[in-house]
Design a protein around this ligand. Structure first.
Ligand code: WQD
Length: 330
């Protein structure tokens, strides 16, 4: 199939592009490079032997977006493009609502207009709000703690209503847990601009000596060692889940958790990183981060049953691959 991947030079988008090409799909990437690098395009060519068609556009630009639908016969869309820093969304809500909602609305409009009937959306476990894990797809969604999470919940509703109004238009809403790690080549990986918000890229930059030490946000949670527990999933497993989702898209609205079903604490992850990579990561226990919850992990059984997809890589591969990328990343 001919797949339009928005945000295809970003962390998850680039890894998904590799898996799509490995499965003999052709990929068109639209990316505005606000949180990605053009060098990733060449790395995708090195890894796959194929250079995807690339448009440097913002998918909130309707005219530029429509040009792609006019020029190419697109069979499906995987929509990653958007702003995704939880903390930043609190201080810049309008930017987040505009970017994340207008992009979803315009892409839906173009799909309906040009008869593109397969739409896979990059959603997030954040939409569940604070609920008792394991989180299941049929749970009622609770209000999230930030505008970023609200844009994911609202985008899900936009796509759900568009699918209900257009019989042929089918969507798959993929709710990610905590994507970490990198492609085995070490050529691409999580490469956020500036000081990382997320745990793993912060750990790798401390290991590399670029940051002095890791602040562990709280060790007084009701968890195995008091630190936050999350469902970390290898980005390559996550990418494979997208290929399964677009290849097995049932009619209507489909919702899947893409997680491992296992929880890992901050200290368990940091200790695994130090052990597997034989390197020290200095850290200090500090106060809780506002908005954090104690424990979050998936019930991942629905994706396994309906898509034939299950995460295969463990924490050891995640910390090994994340470190290999950081060491290569200049
Ligand atoms: C993980 C754990 C922190 C940094 C967020 C978004 C979610 C998704 C993934 C986009 C927590 C602790 C972290 C640090 C720490 N993003 N931590 N020191 O908050 O679970 O999820 O990123 O889809 O939508 O909400 O991920 O990596 O920020 O935190 O102790 O410097 O690590 O308290 O327990 P989070 P995270």
């Amino acid at each position: 199939m001919n797949i339009l991947v928005t945000g295809g030079l970003g962390f998850i988008g680039s890894h998904t592009t590799i898996e799509l090409i490995k499965n003999n799909h052709s990929v068109i990437i639209a990316d505005n490079l606000i949180n990605s690098k053009i060098e990733v395009l060449d790395k995708l060519s090195i890894i796959t032997g194929i250079k995807p068609t690339f448009y440097q556009i913002d998918v909130t630009n309707e005219a530029k977006l429509e040009e792609i639908f006019v020029k190419h016969k697109i069979d499906g869309v995987i929509h990653f493009a958007g702003l995704k820093a939880v903390g930043e969304s609190v201080s810049k809500p309008l930017e987040y609502y505009y970017s994340n909602l207008v992009s979803t609305m315009l892409l839906s409009k173009m799909c309906v207009k040009y008869g593109v009937n397969k739409f896979v959306f990059s959603s997030s476990a954040t939409v569940y709000g604070e609920q008792e894990p394991p989180l299941k797809e049929d749970m009622e969604l609770k209000k999230t703690t930030n505008p970023y999470g609200e844009t994911k919940a609202m985008s899900e509703r936009i796509l759900t209503d568009t699918a209900k109004a257009n019989d042929d238009f089918s969507v798959s809403l993929l709710r990610y847990f905590n994507p970490v790690g990198a492609h085995e080549s070490g050529l691409i990986g999580e490469d956020p601009n500036g000081i990382p918000n997320n745990l793993m890229p912060f750990v790798t930059k401390v290991a590399k000596g670029q940051l002095e030490k890791l602040s562990v946000f709280g060790n007084d949670y009701d968890t195995i060692d008091g630190t936050g527990v999350r469902d970390y999933i290898h980005v390559v497993d996550l990418a494979k889940g997208h290929v399964k989702a677009i290849e097995n898209l049932e009619k209507g609205v489909n919702i899947y958790n893409l997680g491992t079903g296992r929880g890992t604490s901050v200290l368990e992850l940091v200790n695994a990183f130090m052990k597997v990579n034989d390197i020290n990561v200095p850290y200090e226990i500090v106060g809780r981060r506002p908005g954090d919850i104690a424990t979050c992990y998936a019930d991942a059984s629905k994706a396994e049953k309906e898509l034939g997809w299950k995460a295969e890589l463990g924490i050891e591969e995640m910390v090994r691959d994340a470190w290999k990328f950081e060491q290569n990343n200049k």
